[in-house]
Design a binder for this molecule. Structure first.
Ligand SMILES: [Zn+2]
Ligand SMILES: [Zn+2]
Length: 287
């Protein structure tokens, strides 16, 4: 497992690697453009080369991209669907450029419309974006399940993967906080193992490409997507230690998206703490 954090790309893609290095990250997650705007940040071959060079010179082993939240592949609005497709395609193109382990996506929202047709619309957009790009994986994130956000359970994601063509580039991202507020108690080794058995049966565990490590500011089953700092939420240190030491997460980037002690994002101290909790979790499992 590569423990790390979401970091800013302000000043250039390679700056993200620097920020990761400063925090002791083994993996980083970035936005490929401002998450509040449709306008893409223009990155070309020189940016990709600078990023890769920075990665080679650092202890950061893996990078993932988080696609922006404005994307809604399931919308009935044709114009918004087109924007979503172009934006997703661009994220995958940058993922190919920098050698990302995947682009994490919240697939979209039903916005109160019927689920079946919404999944079909989303599947078409995703399939098109994959077709327009080379090899970067697309990791569908399990969401907190609020306000019709698709990815509320493994059946929904399994169906969406099918409708998106079912290819090898389609993967899964599990967020500890989202799983917890969905009602899955992933703070317990046995429960977590059962959750992964279900993911394996419905989706295939080989599709799991990344995890997000966040404590939850809201209770189990609340469906509220509020991340807490590591050890400061409902999951707690022991609960996150179980998540961080799960054997089936071995080899995956595990990035935090916490508010941070000063609301500036995940801190170095949190990265250090997460690594320690992982070691503690592994020790507990040996017993
Ligand atoms: Zn997440
Ligand atoms: Zn979240």
């Amino acid at each position: 497992m590569f423990v790390g954090a979401h970091v800013s790309t302000a000043g250039g893609l390679e700056k993200a690697v620097e920020r990761g290095q400063e925090r002791g990250c083994e993996s980083i997650q970035i936005f490929n453009q401002s998450p509040r705007m449709w306008r893409p940040t223009k990155y070309g071959d020189e940016d990709f080369a600078a990023f890769k060079e920075a990665m080679d010179d650092s202890k950061v082993e893996a990078v993932i991209i988080h696609a922006i939240y404005l994307i809604n592949c399931a919308t009935t609005d044709k114009d918004l669907r087109k924007k979503s497709r172009d934006t997703l395609t661009n994220a995958l193109r940058i993922g190919d450029g920098i050698g990302a382990k995947g682009v994490v996506l919240h697939p979209g929202s039903t916005k109160g419309e019927a689920l079946g047709p919404a999944l079909k619309r989303a599947g078409k957009v995703i399939a098109a974006s994959l077709k327009e790009t080379d090899g970067c994986k697309l990791l569908l994130e399990q969401t907190a399940g609020h306000k019709g956000l698709i990815g509320r359970n493994f059946d929904e994601t399994a169906e969406l993967i099918e409708l998106s063509g079912g290819g090898d580039r389609l993967g899964l991202c599990l967020d500890s906080c989202h799983m917890f507020v969905q009602g899955y108690d992933v703070t317990d080794e046995e429960h977590l193992a059962a959750v992964l058995d279900e993911a394996d049966e419905k989706i295939g565990i080989e599709r799991l490409g990344a995890v997000h490590v966040n404590d939850a500011a809201a209770p189990l089953g609340s469906h509220l997507d509020r991340h807490a700092n590591i050890g400061k939420g409902e999951m707690g240190r022991k609960g996150l230690a179980a998540f961080l030491s799960e054997p089936r997460f071995e080899g995956l980037p595990a990035t935090m998206e916490t508010p941070g002690p000063d609301k500036k994002g995940t801190s170095k101290a949190e990265v250090t703490l997460a690594k320690r909790l992982r070691r503690e979790g592994l020790k507990r499992r040996e017993k």
